[in-house]
Design a protein around this ligand. Sequence first.
Ligand SMILES: NC(=O)c1ccc[n+]([C@@H]2O[C@H](COP(=O)([O-])OP(=O)(O)OC[C@H]3O[C@@H](n4cnc5c(N)ncnc54)[C@H](OP(=O)(O)O)[C@@H]3O)[C@@H](O)[C@H]2O)c1
Length: 340
Amino acid sequence: MMPTRVKHMEFRHLGRSGLIVSEISYGNWITHGSQVEEDAAKQCVQAALDEGITTFDTADVYAGTRAEEVLGRALKGVRRESLEILTKVYWPTGTGRNDRGLSRKHITESIHGSLRRLQTDYVDLYQAHRFDNETPMEETLKTFDDLVRQGKVLYVGVSEWNADQISRALKIADEMGFDRLVSNQPQYSMLWRVIESEIVPLSEKEGVSQIVFSPIAQGVLTGKYLPGQPPPSGSRATDPSGSNMIARLLNDDVLARVQELKPIAADLGLSMAQLAVAWVLQNPNVASAIVGATRPEQVHDNVKASGVKLDTDVLKKIDDVLGSIVERDPAKTVSPEKRP
Ligand SMILES: NC(=O)c1ccc[n+]([C@@H]2O[C@H](COP(=O)([O-])OP(=O)(O)OC[C@H]3O[C@@H](n4cnc5c(N)ncnc54)[C@H](OP(=O)(O)O)[C@@H]3O)[C@@H](O)[C@H]2O)c1
C-alpha cells in the first residue's frame, strides 16, 4: 500500500529527541483484529497514509496479538523509513505466569513477537503499557536500553505512569547511563485532564512528550451518543469488545453537556471530532493525538484538526460548558497493584 494523496499534516518532535511524529497518529485498539473486518482496517490505514499520518500505534495485547498482525499486513509495502511504528508491552499476551509485566524475560519475548507480527526489524517507540509493581525499575530500564543497543527499538517510553514513576525512571536512567524515556502515553481529552497538574509540568522540564490516547473519548466527544437514547448501531458502545470500555462515559450528564459543545464547533466550522482532537493539540507538551477509527471517513474527518488553533475564549467556553464533569485528579493515573 502506498500513500496516494498527502494532505496537510503537521509534525512535532517527540520529547527532547530527534524523532518527529505526525501530530495526529492512528491507533488500532479494539478495532483491528476485533471490531472491524480486515478490509475495513486496511481502508482506515490507507486513509491515514493518504492524509499524511506517519505514526501508527498498537500493542502486543490488542485483540490478543491480532491487531499487530493486521497492522503489519496493512503497512506492508510502505517505505519503512516513512513510518513511525509504536507498540507496547505489559498486559498479558498468554496464559503463562511470565507472559505479562515488565520483566527482562517478558519484554524480550514480547518484542520478538511484536517484530514478527508487525513484519519489521525494529519499532520506533517501545512503551511500557503500565507500571509493573513486581519488577525492579532498573531491570525494565536496562532491558529497554539493551533493546535500543540491539537496534530492535529506537526510543523508549511509558504509558499511564504517574509523575513519581516517570521521575524515578529518569533519575535511574541518568545514574545508570540508560536511554531516557522520551514519551508517556496517557488518556487525555476535554473530559479527562488528569495529566495537567503533575505529569505535564514534570514532562516539560524533562523533555518528555505526551502521545495521548482517546482524544475523542472513544467517540463520545463526537456528540453521536445522545442522552436518554440507545447508542447508535455500529458504534463502540454496541460492540462486544468495546462496550465495557466506553460504559463509564455514557451517563446522561456527560452526554448532555457534550451536546452543548455542538454550537461551539459549528461556529468554528469544525466537526465535533475535529474540535476534540484540536483541543488536545493546543497543549504544547502533546506530541501527537492518537485517534482510532472504524471507517475511513472518520480518519478523513479527524485529521482536519491538524494545525487548528483554538483561542482562549473558545477554550473558556468549552470549560464553562463542561464544568464539573471534567476529571482532573492526578491520583486517577494508576497501574494495577499486581500484574493482571
Ligand atoms: N496506552 C493505553 O493504555 C491506551 C488505551 C486506549 C487507547 N490507546 C491508543 O489510543 C488509540 C485511540 O484510542 P481510542 O480508539 O479510544 O480513541 P478515540 O479516537 O477517542 O476513539 C476512536 C473511536 O471513536 C469513534 N470515532 C472516531 N472518529 C469518529 C468520527 N469522526 N465520527 C464518529 N465516530 C468516530 C470510532 O468508534 P465507533 O465507530 O466504533 O463508534 C473510533 O474507533 C488506540 O487505538 C490505541 O492506539 C492506548
